[in-house]
Design a binder for this molecule. Structure first.
Ligand SMILES: NC(=O)c1ccc[n+]([C@@H]2O[C@H](COP(=O)([O-])OP(=O)(O)OC[C@H]3O[C@@H](n4cnc5c(N)ncnc54)[C@H](OP(=O)(O)O)[C@@H]3O)[C@@H](O)[C@H]2O)c1
Length: 337
């Protein structure tokens, strides 16, 4: 495992971290399978774990706490997230700090996450949604500062809404966050345009999330892929979107070097960008942990291959204000978390 500097915190975090949404909230999760996968990741050198209170209302955080207690000699960096008070994913233009993150709500959820994790301090606390109109509200930097001074959190960040990488630049420039979490993968390359340069300038760590586009870039989906009733992926991969996505996945196949799998290519494309501090694939199975963590030691992709992959950029737009109330509710459900 290779390690990278986590922005201004100076931490050395594994360049492949661990995404913990699936094990908390997706159908088919099994706690003993998840714990075995987490334990294997620690053995293989993973030291950065991204969870959230809302991932199973504490289930994912509780699993992480168990792993921390099983590995007292290892420094594991724990990142969690405060859910918006109004439970709206993503944050809409009209939502205010009082709707989503009044200071007392942030403090309350830090306490809940500390309890679930069973630790005295959370390394990184993130707001689970963001609206850049809030960047000028002094209450957010103040509450982050109070939490740091009290020793309950060591660093603070924001998680940007899906497909809105520019909707966080003001916060980066304002100087009160240590990290941003953003969707970045072979399709979603637009954080490179403005967000990454701003993070570089302010030494803000970039956490690249959803490296496999929720599964399409693992190469395991087919036109017949469906999930159990209630699983959010049935909405994200609606038949039409699944068809379009699979056509784009198929277009990548001719670029795969011999003995490189599609998930490995997806991770190494992200790691080719030095602006990324860590990439956090979602994993519940040991075999996926072993395959993904091995990608770190496979070295850089050739510059030619990275250039060829750039042509597969897919700019997707989400404009909630332009939708009907019904469509907004449906899309918010699809895109949440
Ligand atoms: N708003 C936010 O802040 C937000 C939103 C979304 C995600 N996140 C964070 O980002 C993390 C990553 O995103 P994600 O989990 O949504 O999606 P993802 O990483 O793009 O994809 C996860 C899927 O890929 C599968 N997978 C992983 N490695 C594989 C491999 N080598 N071969 C085949 N399949 C493989 C996983 O299977 P198994 O699960 O069965 O192992 C899971 O179905 C989340 O877990 C979460 O921590 C944050």
């Amino acid at each position: 495992m290779q390690y990278r500097r986590f922005g201004r915190t100076g931490w050395q975090t594994s360049e492949i971290g661990y995404g913990m949404w699936g094990m908390g909230a997706w159908t088919g999760s099994d706690d003993s399978e998840s714990l075995a996968a987490l334990e294997r990741s620690v053995e293989l050198g993973c030291n950065f774990f991204d969870t959230a209170w809302v991932y199973g209302d504490g289930r994912s955080e509780t699993l992480l706490g168990r792993i921390v207690r099983r590995n007292p000699a290892k420094k594991l960096y724990l990142a969690s997230k405060v859910p918006p008070k109004n439970r709206a994913w993503p944050a809409a233009d009209r939502h205010t700090v009082d709707d989503c993150y009044p200071p007392a709500h942030i403090t309350e959820y830090v306490e809940k996450s500390l309890k679930n994790l069973g630790v005295e301090a959370i390394d990184l606390i993130q707001l689970h949604t963001w609206n850049d109109d809030w960047a000028g509200d002094p209450r957010i930097p103040e509450v982050f500062e109070r939490l740091k001074t009290s020793g309950k959190v060591r660093a603070a960040g924001i998680s940007l809404n899906r497909w809105q990488p520019a909707n966080g630049i003001e916060a980066v420039r304002a100087g009160f966050i240590d990290s941003v979490q953003v969707v970045y993968n072979i399709f979603d390359q637009n954080p490179e345009d403005q967000l990454f340069p701003a993070c570089r300038e302010r030494d803000v760590a970039v956490i690249a999330r959803v490296p496999f586009d929720e599964g399409s870039l693992t190469g395991t989906l087919t036109p017949a892929s469906r999930w159990p009733a209630g699983d959010w992926r049935n909405g994200y991969f609606s038949p039409e979107n699944l068809r379009n996505t699979l056509a784009r996945v198929a277009a990548l196949e001719p670029l795969l070097p011999e003995s490189v799998t599609l998930p490995e290519l997806a991770l190494r494309f992200i790691l080719a960008n030095a602006d990324v501090a860590t990439v956090i694939p979602g994993m519940r199975k040991k075999r996926n942990v072993e395959a993904n963590l091995a990608s770190s030691d496979r070295g850089a992709l050739s510059a030619d291959l990275v250039t060829a992959l750039r042509a597969h950029r897919w700019d997707r737009k989400f404009t909630p204000e332009s939708l009907s109330a019904r469509a907004k509710r449906k899309l918010a459900g699809l895109l949440r978390r």
